[in-house]
Design a protein around this ligand. Structure first.
Ligand code: ZN
Length: 134
């Protein structure tokens, strides 16, 4: 599983997009609202991986609550998988706790599933799989 992207929680995309464009020397190639997660995302290509900036679109959203508690910073690491359902089953059988029982629609045309960070040394892990035919 390669690292598909690293998610970074930010307060203001309007400030962080130009900052990361300067840092990575590459333009933000896409921004996208994910209603189910109450976030707006912004993507940058960095070699074979991506950086995903996450800004909360609501004061009650998970990213807003994360920033209230921990401040801005790395929020999750996403691994690409070929078969998300099979990987979810493998991880549950291995004793990991998933935050969603079924893959859900994430940003960037992906099906995603998160693992509970209590079982992964405090690191929020995302599995993601490219959606086909959509
Ligand atoms: Zn992500």
């Amino acid at each position: 599983m390669k690292i598909e992207h690293i998610g970074i929680a930010v307060r203001e995309l309007s400030q962080s997009i130009p900052l990361f464009e300067k840092l990575l020397n590459t333009p933000c190639y896409k921004t996208e609202q994910v209603e189910s997660e109450q976030v707006t995302t912004a993507f940058f290509k960095t070699g074979d991986s991506k950086i995903e900036l996450l800004e909360s679109s609501s004061a009650e959203g998970v990213i807003a609550r994360y920033i209230d508690k921990k401040g801005e910073g790395i929020h999750h690491i996403a691994f690409e998988v070929a078969d998300i359902e099979a990987e979810m089953k493998r991880l549950v059988d291995a004793g990991f706790v998933l935050l969603n029982d079924k893959p859900k629609r994430g940003a960037d045309n992906k099906l995603v599933c998160f693992l509970h960070p209590k079982g992964t040394n405090g690191v929020l892990i995302e599995l993601c799989m490219e959606m086909k035919d959509q």
